[in-house]
Write a protein that binds this ligand. Structure first.
Ligand SMILES: Cc1cc2nc3c(=O)[nH]c(=O)nc-3n(C[C@H](O)[C@H](O)[C@H](O)COP(=O)(O)O)c2cc1C
Length: 186
């Protein structure tokens, strides 16, 4: 039996962000399966603006890099801003490189003011592809009318709850298969 480690990155710096709330719901689904979760909330772990010229590594950047390096899979959550991902998340992803993400499954999650945040998800999947990560077969978007959460921390809407469970299930299955393959090859 092996223990899976997943890192979740919340890409909003807004208090009470829906994208962070849905990530907390996903964290609890993963915990229920005895999966070890590291939660990186970019509101609580602000990063300096990325510059290729920077000499010293900021301690918060170090924490982000360690959390990503240590994980077998990643879940990235973003608010949909002007049809794309947040600057906060893009800035964090600019610090990463293929060596940290290559071959790891990544589940993309968005929160949007409109019916669905598809543009941000597509952009996120493109960034994942360029970091040589493996996009999970399903994604999650919390659109208008689905922003409320129950006292258990999960989406109030039953249908949305089911979609989140399904997407997380597929992501965990993919991570398990890829991790088992890597371990078998060593
Ligand atoms: C600067 C800005 C741009 C936005 N652009 C879009 C957009 O293009 N499409 C959309 O559906 N919602 C848009 N919204 C609404 C947000 O996606 C919505 O408020 C969402 O809940 C934000 O995520 P959060 O709750 O995780 O902060 C925008 C909001 C802001 C502040």
């Amino acid at each position: 039996m092996f223990y899976m480690k997943i890192t979740l990155i919340a890409g909003s710096n807004r208090e009470g962000a829906t994208s962070t709330s849905i990530l907390r719901s996903i964290e609890s689904l993963l915990n229920a399966q005895n999966i070890s979760v590291t939660f990186v909330d970019l509101r609580e772990l602000p990063l300096p603006l990325y510059s290729p010229d920077a000499q010293a590594i900021h301690p918060n950047v170090q924490r982000l890099a360690e959390a990503v390096a240590d994980a077998e899979g990643l879940v990235l959550a973003t608010p949909e801003y002007h049809g794309s991902i947040s600057g906060v998340l893009k800035n964090a992803l600019d610090y990463l490189h293929g060596g940290l993400v290559a071959g790891k499954p990544v589940l993309s999650v968005s929160a949007a003011g409109g019916p669905m945040g598809v543009s941000s998800l597509l952009h996120l999947q493109s960034i994942v592809r360029n970091l040589h990560g493996v996009n999970s077969p399903e994604w999650i978007s919390i659109g208008a009318g689905f922003h409320s959460f129950g006292s258990d921390g999960h989406p109030s809407d039953e249908g949305m709850r089911g979609r989140v469970e399904s997407a997380v299930g597929k992501f965990v299955e993919l991570t398990r298969k890829l991790t088992a393959g890597v371990k078998a090859a060593i």
